[in-house]
Design a protein around this ligand. Structure first.
Ligand SMILES: C[S@@+](CC[C@H](N)C(=O)[O-])C[C@H]1O[C@@H](n2cnc3c(N)ncnc32)[C@H](O)[C@@H]1O
Length: 254
């Protein structure tokens, strides 16, 4: 099979959640790491920075400014660095990602004494039970093979009363926004992304993975089923992204 066809077949299987997903995701992010930040800000018209800021605000870090926070699927550490730079923040952040080149591309964004990049899978976080003051993931959770297991793993490491915040793309409901979104996400973005990153399928995988990710109500239900309470969400920018959050209940020790 020609390389391009092979890549397309793999990306389709990965977006559908096939067994190849973990290896495929780890590989594409390792391959595009050098161009990730540029493309991220370019293709999102830099809205992603404001979205991350809002997600960090939802984390409520001011309640435990000296705590340990987890940035799952941390990539090039944008969330970690933004959280570290929040006024009044005195804690530590574990930036966990399984693609080491992504973490390396983000080194230097924050002092290592504040942000510790760790090569780790979101399904096996390198933290003891009931220790984290909060956890956050931006544009990463849809890539994880087992969403419910990831929610349970985050619940395990959180201390009681701490929050988990997810910032993720979603599918807009309004038909006009949906049509424009579809045109941009499925036609324009894969071409520009492929052209600049030099990667055949990474930016075609993105819209496919969003399409197979749960919509807001379902994601909230999965939060609750995993054991989170006070679950809520807000949509961002005409419904193309959403922030979900949930709290580990006081009586739930791992
Ligand atoms: C789209 S990037 C998001 C990076 C960053 N959070 C941001 O806001 O730009 C997704 C990241 O999730 C990581 N990732 C996907 N699945 C993972 C898993 N199971 N464990 C750890 N990292 C994972 C990828 O390696 C990649 O760096």
């Amino acid at each position: 099979m020609p390389v391009n066809e092979l890549e397309t077949a793999e990306s389709l299987a990965a977006a559908a959640g096939g067994a190849e997903k973990r290896a495929y995701v780890q590989r594409i992010f390792s391959q595009i790491a050098g161009r990730y930040d540029l493309l991220n800000h370019l293709l999102s018209f830099n809205i992603d920075t404001a979205w991350r800021r809002r997600a960090i605000a939802a984390l409520g870090g001011e309640r435990a400014p000296r705590g340990t926070y987890v940035d799952l699927c941390a990539g090039t550490l944008d969330v970690s660095a933004q959280l570290a730079g929040t006024p009044g923040f005195r804690g530590r952040i574990v930036g966990a990602d399984f693609a080491e080149p992504m973490l390396r591309a983000g080194s230097g964004k924050a002092p290592i004494s504040v942000v510790a990049p760790v090569v780790a899978d979101a399904l096996q976080l390198p933290l003891p039970d009931d220790t984290a003051a909060g956890a956050i993931v931006a544009f990463g959770i849809r890539n994880v093979v087992d969403l419910d297991a990831a929610l349970r793993e985050v619940l395990r490491v959180l201390s009681s009363g701490s929050r988990f915040v997810i910032l993720e793309f979603t599918t807009p409901r309004a038909w006009l926004v949906r049509a424009l979104y579809h045109l941009y996400f499925h036609r324009v973005l894969p071409r520009i992304g492929g052209w600049i990153s030099g990667h055949g399928t990474a930016y075609a995988y993105l819209p496919r993975s969003v399409a197979s990710f749960p919509i807001e109500e379902e994601l909230a239900a999965r939060f609750r089923r995993a054991g989170f309470v006070d679950v809520s969400w807000e949509t961002l920018t005409f419904g193309i992204a959403a922030i979900h959050m949930g709290t580990k209940p006081a009586d739930a020790r791992s």
